[in-house]
Design a protein around this ligand. Structure first.
Ligand SMILES: C[S@@+](CC[C@H](N)C(=O)[O-])C[C@H]1O[C@@H](n2cnc3c(N)ncnc32)[C@H](O)[C@@H]1O
Length: 296
């Protein structure tokens, strides 16, 4: 390539087989160990942003597992964003919210015995088997569990805030995200395994700009969930582009200093380290990455 870049997917970390490498199959993203380590209060009722959303697995898993008011996935790679949008479109067809269906349908289904027959009186008084009510349409169980009974949910939650209608995807460079989103637009912003790519391709200046924009886009009291890649993993990727080759030796703000930088310079007021339990399902490189929760 003219600028010496490798395949474009490697330049930004948009690897096509990223989730199988992480030990998480694409269709099982809702069991991504990082998502399991996250907490409902980071998302419930909140406007959320997922920076570097790849093909949308984690964005969709969070939108499905918790009751975000909205969640936007942003990625620099338009091909991945198209994939994410296609997955979202499929879900919109598959998942018709029971909460907005006639109230009798789910109740009848839950009261019916497991066997697919119900009883009716025949003229001679004997019971006649008839077809049971149709099974409830697919719907994320977590939503009903967290929102309580379906009737109150129907009254309180607008259709736009119900998964998958609370999710959307945008193709954009996150270092320019503030051009898309006004200050204070989000209560939670995530940046999972993406900081290294911003850092290598844009150097300290790009990462500092990203952190500053995250802070501005967060409302007061908002949460920044960061999963930084360790410095030891930068070296192997330093040749992905001419830019990364130039930036790598210049980097001063190494990941081990992110915490100090985000608090002392950017202005976050608290940090908590959240351990992710990967079990034996993932390679050592991923297993050593905790999540950091910063509060504005
Ligand atoms: C290694 S993947 C991580 C995906 C996802 N966050 C996760 O952890 O499952 C890194 C993602 O960041 C995206 N990315 C890299 N630089 C970016 C930038 N400047 N703006 C937005 N997305 C970026 C890549 O396209 C890629 O999808």
């Amino acid at each position: 390539m003219a600028d010496g870049r490798k395949r474009s997917s490697h330049v930004n970390g948009s690897f096509p087989h990223y989730y199988s490498e992480r030990g998480v199959a694409a269709r099982e993203a809702d069991v991504d160990p990082r998502v399991r380590a996250m907490r409902p209060d980071w998302f419930n009722g909140r406007r959320c942003l997922d920076i570097g959303c790849h093909q949308g697995n984690v964005t969709l898993a969070i939108g499905k597992r918790w009751c975000c008011a909205s969640i936007v996935g942003v990625d620099i790679d338009p091909v991945l964003v198209e994939r994410a949008r296609a997955a979202l479109a499929r879900l919109k067809v598959e998942l018709v919210p029971v909460a907005f269906a006639p109230a009798a349908a789910p109740a009848a289904a839950s009261e019916a015995p497991a066997a697919a027959v119900s009883k009716k009186r025949r003229a001679d008084g004997s019971a006649k088997p008839t077809a049971a009510a149709p099974p409830p349409r697919p719907y994320p169980v977590a939503l009903a569990l967290q929102m309580g009974l379906l009737a109150p949910a129907r009254a309180l939650v607008s259709p736009a805030a119900v998964f998958p209608h609370n999710v959307r995807f945008e193709a954009a460079d996150a270092t320019r995200a503030a051009e898309l989103f006004a200050d204070g637009s989000f209560e939670t912003i995530m940046c999972l395994s993406t900081s290294k790519w911003v850092h290598l391709n844009g150097g300290d200046a790009a990462l500092m700009a990203l952190f500053a924009q995250v802070y501005r886009m967060l409302a007061d009291g908002g949460a920044f969930v960061l999963e930084p890649q360790p410095w030891s993993s930068y070296r192997r990727k330093r040749h992905v582009s001419d830019a990364s080759r130039a930036h790598y030796p210049q980097i001063r703000l190494r990941p081990e200093r992110f915490e100090e930088y985000l608090i002392d310079t950017v202005g976050f007021r608290a940090v908590e380290q959240v351990r992710v339990d990967y079990g034996a399902s993932v390679s050592k490189g991923f297993a050593s990455r905790p999540l950091f929760l910063f509060i504005k």
